[in-house]
Design a protein around this ligand. Structure first.
Ligand code: FRU
Length: 542
């Protein structure tokens, strides 16, 4: 019941119980979205990994089917690890990593790549999957430790008619995206050079490689699309830091290699999809609505004991669309898929008003832990901004040092979500504008969960990043999805995203309130705030 499970979500995908991690093989086929996911059938901790399988017609409501892949072969006996779906002549096939044990395996391999096809392609739900007798189709190449060889991507077709895919790996301290080619999808040959590699970034888990329109159009592209009006994105999940980094660049087909548009933002070094909890993400091309969808794993910030007590662990982030930012071609924008709007119920709004120094303004009527909130602030006069160096290295730390309750000049100001009546519990989402001393500004953007709960055993480290400002912007905007124990922030139209997990003890269910606040000395002008109470989705099994 809700009373005993205050942290289960209402519009995020989560299985009824047990441990979940990475999204796998997402795709749209024959009227259904398919989501596979790393799932432990036996416990709320990682282990015995299978591919759970859920289907949906809208990525909002889900039905859970039979497990798609379970460890039942010598090459995957300890787990069916992450992988991807590829359409071959219109039919999806799955590539995944089998985890086995040295002493049992034929050639001392631990991580091997395997393939599965649908047992019956005329079943609209593709309930049953068959592993190929040729498996494993790939074992670790010479020079790659076989415990560092996993997570095959969706394959794409080159102009020569051959398939290509990459596999995450590590060589000494280098992150590596090994490139493989195939004519028949079963015999794969390693290319002499990896698609890409970056020194000192450690193991690259769950790589993702996809085209985006260079015109910054919101329209997505099929994974094999290429040409002069296309840029490519390489995403790597850094095992060392558990963060997902993306890089916009060029796919050079003549050498089958990738070059970052900005070397400072190379793979594992530059921008993150999300500055909170968000890992092992994967995109797919949604042919139903011609868009590229991003899914990601959001784990818990509470203890393993708490996971065992509540009998589940982890969520999938709300699906996002991704496309190139036309104001900054090295950046992607991300936004919740429009289907979320079908869940909006009662609407609350505040129109143009001034939020004075030290003020806390309650959004009257909001009594809900499941909300979609949109806020536009007028960009204040930037003259008086405090001077501070804000960069990727110190942004998160500044969110703690300059947290929501400190007084500043142009901030901190923003929202308090999942706030109790007495404000003893509150999760702040705020901006804080700093001058860089060179005629430009940065808006620090933070999710501050340091006061999110009175409970002790959760990680309350504030998260954050920054958005460079030219000073010409008219507004600063926030969109925040609130769902019981998850807070997803989309700042300035999706330039920066931050996902937090929070575990309030008082600000739960209809005790959860919403506020605006300003702890800066300069008044802030609210243009508009709109908040919707959200419906609970259906997650069933058929
Ligand atoms: C990422 C990851 C993958 C692996 C899977 C195992 O979270 O470690 O590299 O395939 O999870 O569950």
């Amino acid at each position: 019941s809700a009373a005993s499970q205050p942290y289960r979500t209402s519009f995020h995908f989560q299985p009824p119980k047990n441990w979940m991690n990475d999204p796998n093989g997402p795709m749209f086929y024959n009227g259904y979205y398919h989501l596979f996911y790393q799932w432990n059938p036996y416990a709320a901790v990682w282990g015995n990994i299978t591919w759970g399988h859920a289907v949906s017609t809208d990525m909002i409501h889900w039905d859970i089917l039979e497990l798609a892949l379970v460890p039942d072969q010598w090459y995957d006996q300890y787990g069916c690890w992450s992988g991807s779906a590829t359409f071959i002549n219109g039919k999806p096939v799955l590539l995944y990593t089998g985890w086995s044990n040295v002493s049992f395996s034929r050639d001392n391999q631990v991580q091997m790549q395997a393939m599965a096809i649908a047992a019956n392609y005329s079943d609209p739900l593709l309930r049953e999957w068959t592993k190929l007798p040729q498996n494993p189709i790939l074992t670790a190449p010479v020079g790659i430790n076989s415990t560092k060889f996993r997570d095959p991507t969706t394959a794409w077709l080159g102009e020569d008619g051959k398939w290509r895919m990459i596999i995450g790996a590590k060589r000494k301290h280098r992150g590596v995206a090994l490139l493989y080619r195939s004519s028949d999808f079963i015999q794969w040959e390693k290319a002499k050079h990896p698609l890409h590699t970056v020194a000192l970034t450690g193991m690259w888990e769950c790589p993702d490689f996809y085209p985006v329109p260079a015109s910054a159009s919101i329209t997505g592209l099929d994974t094999s699309a290429n040409g002069p009006h296309v840029k490519h994105v390489l995403k790597v999940s850094l095992d060392d830091t558990k963060h997902d980094y993306y890089t916009v660049g060029t796919y050079i087909t003549s050498s089958d290699s990738f070059i970052a548009s900005n070397a400072n933002l190379d793979a594992g070094l530059g921008l993150r999809y999300d500055y909170g909890k968000y890992y092992a993400s994967k995109t797919f091309f949604d042919s139903k609505k011609n868009r590229r969808i991003l899914l990601g794993w959001v784990n818990e910030s509470s203890s393993e004991l708490a996971d065992i007590a509540k009998d589940w662990s982890s969520l999938q982030a709300f699906p996002r669309i991704v496309w190139l930012d036309e104001e900054d071609n090295d950046r992607l924008l991300q936004w919740p898929i429009e289907e979320i709007e079908m869940l909006r119920k009662e609407k609350f709004s505040l129109k143009s008003s001034q939020i004075d120094k030290g003020a806390t303004v309650k959004v009257e009527g909001v009594k809900s832990a499941q909300l979609d909130v949109l806020v536009d602030f007028e960009l204040p006069q930037l003259n008086g901004a405090e001077e501070m160096v804000v960069n990727t290295n110190n942004a998160q730390q500044l969110c703690s040092v300059r947290g929501a309750t400190r007084s500043g000049v142009l901030g901190p100001f923003g929202l308090l979500v999942l706030a109790s009546e007495d404000l003893s519990e509150q999760t702040a989402v705020f901006f804080y504008i700093m001058s860089n001393g060179e005629g430009k500004w940065n808006a620090l953007i933070c999710n501050d969960q340091s006061r999110s709960t009175l409970a002790a055993d959760t990680d309350k480290t504030p998260y954050g990043s920054f958005i460079p400002l030219s000073g010409m912007e008219k507004t600063l905007s926030l969109r925040v999805l609130v769902d019981h124990s998850i807070v997803e922030t989309f700042a300035q139209g999706g330039k920066v995203c931050i996902t937090s997990r929070v575990y309030p003890t008082k600000a739960i269910e209809d005790k959860a309130q919403l506020y605006l606040f300003n702890n800066g000395s300069v008044p802030v002008h609210l243009r508009e705030l709109t908040a919707w109470d959200m419906e609970t989705v259906h997650i069933g099994s058929i």
